[in-house]
Design a protein around this ligand. Sequence first.
Ligand code: NI
Length: 192
Amino acid sequence: MSHQCCNLYVDLKSHIQRINFIPMVREILRFPHPILKKPTKKVDVIDREIRELVRDMFETMYHSEGVGLAANQIGVDLQVMVIDTTPRKESPPLKLVLINPEVIHSEGSLNYKEGCLSFPGLVVEVERNSKIQFKALDLEGEERTYELEGFPAIVFQHEMDHLMGITFLDRIKGLKKRLALERYAKLQKQRV
Ligand code: NI
């Protein structure tokens, strides 16, 4: 009897773990949500909550066919970003979890037509650095240094901006910005 009871306990335990580890697609906040304009806070401890956040960020990003996502885009005020360039042919596949990222060096310039999951349907040409060096913690809490070039560097800079409360609209000016805002307003109307 006791053996059966023990098996039942093991079954129940794995069942509960499975339930807890099912990744969730979370809602992506859209511009002009105020949280997108606020700089995020540093992560103090990489605990279970952060690991679950990262897992859900990947799930949410893949669900919307994005290549990068910042935590504040799903309403979490923390310096966490995920990147996965695998679906895009512009670069070799690269999957990263970056916690508390800090830019060390940047150089060169590159124009690229960017999209953003917080601005569904809008494409904006933005000037970015072509090379970027930065450090960040990984999910194990190890500090690592990265050097990215081209498309992955663009994705990183776009997400880094999000973590600082900046969107790609803040990277353009004048008529270009006004037209982008008009296009976005139209896209939002079509959505209703
Ligand atoms: Ni974005």
